[in-house]
Design a protein around this ligand. Structure first.
Ligand code: 8YV
Length: 315
């Protein structure tokens, strides 16, 4: 039996490459120098796309593959897949929810702790001899007992909130409506009001056209000069220009960010700031979780080509 042809949009760890190549005829898009030429050559063979959360598949790519049946996303976020183009042609879409939830929540909380307590600067203080030469490290801000806001109480937001309870924090959240499972958390519909009463604001919303720049100038101003913004969702949820302006002027206290517009290239303004903690979009980046994500990408493709129900369908 001939193996179904797959277009692979970005690299995966070796432990995924081997089984993927075993089960499918894999065309490595990310290695092609002339991407358009590559697509023109292999496009008609392609029945599946294996991509990554942040890379997705746009309309031009989907159109270049007239026999495409399924897009399997290595990530929970599918905002970079053109769903309208998929719907028009009945193309199935899958993602990798649940398996990454705890790791993403862990990194969000770790970023809050690390940044609030100034741990990166503190390490430099030790290693560059400042401790011995200058003495005590400047005092930083407490985490426990303060007020946290969670913008988007989905799977990841809920796990963030659960962890924050362990720090005796006062937790509130915004979502499309109150959630029955949000015990001990205050529901505040308006993100501006949520930011106003929060010391730490976690952005844990699934990104879509509707949530674009939901954290805009008003929310950032409401969080204020003592507040910290933590983003473990997608850059598009935040107005990055407004964020940079506020971090530069000090009207926002600080930010801890795992995602950026145009990543992996960052706006160079971020690199000059001491009040921002930057991370390379690795909230799901543990060996355990990435293995589970890779397995789910393959399980979805395998189920589709065997005519079985998809384990984690989006469309
Ligand atoms: C990436 C993610 O997919 O889950 C998501 O939506 O963005 C991440 O898990 C991951 O970095 C692999 O590319």
């Amino acid at each position: 039996m001939t193996k179904p042809s797959i277009l692979q949009i970005g690299p995966y760890p070796q432990w995924d490459e081997e089984p993927l190549n075993g089960a499918f005829a894999v065309h490595r898009y990310f290695e092609a120098e002339d991407k358009a030429g590559f697509l023109a050559k292999v496009g008609s063979e392609i029945r599946g796309i294996a991509t990554r959360g942040e890379l997705g598949a746009n309309r031009a790519m989907i159109e270049a593959c007239p026999n495409l049946e399924i897009i399997s996303v290595y990530g929970v976020g599918f905002d970079a897949v053109d769903l309208a183009a998929c719907r028009e042609r009945g193309i199935r879409v899958t993602n990798t929810p649940d398996v990454l939830t705890n790791d993403v929540a862990d990194l969000g909380v770790a970023m809050m702790l690390c940044h609030s307590r100034g741990m990166i600067g503190a390490e430099t203080w030790v290693k560059d001899g400042s401790w011995a030469a200058k003495g005590l490290y400047p005092l930083k801000r407490r985490v426990w007992g303060r007020r946290a806001g969670v913008l988007g109480l989905g799977r990841i937001g809920f796990e963030v909130a659960k962890r924050l309870k362990g720090f005796d924090m006062e937790i509130a959240y915004s979502d499309v409506g109150p959630k029955s499972f949000a015990e001990g958390m205050e529901f505040i519909a308006d993100p501006v009001k949520l930011a106003e009463r929060s010391d730490f604001l976690f952005v844990t919303l699934a990104a879509s056209a509707d949530t674009r720049h939901i954290v805009g100038r008003e929310v950032i101003a409401a969080l204020g000069s003592e507040g910290m913004l933590i983003n473990i969702s997608r850059a598009s949820n935040i107005d990055e220009e407004a964020l940079l302006d506020a971090l530069e002027s000090g009207s926002l206290g600080s930010a801890a960010l795992d995602v950026f517009e145009g990543e992996p290239k960052l706006n160079p303004r971020f690199l000059k700031l001491d009040n921002v903690l930057v991370q390379p979009h690795h909230a799901s980046g543990t060996i355990e979780t990435r293995k589970a994500m890779g397995q789910l990408v393959r399980d979805n493709l395998t189920a589709h080509f065997a005519g079985n129900p998809l384990p984690t369908p989006v469309l």
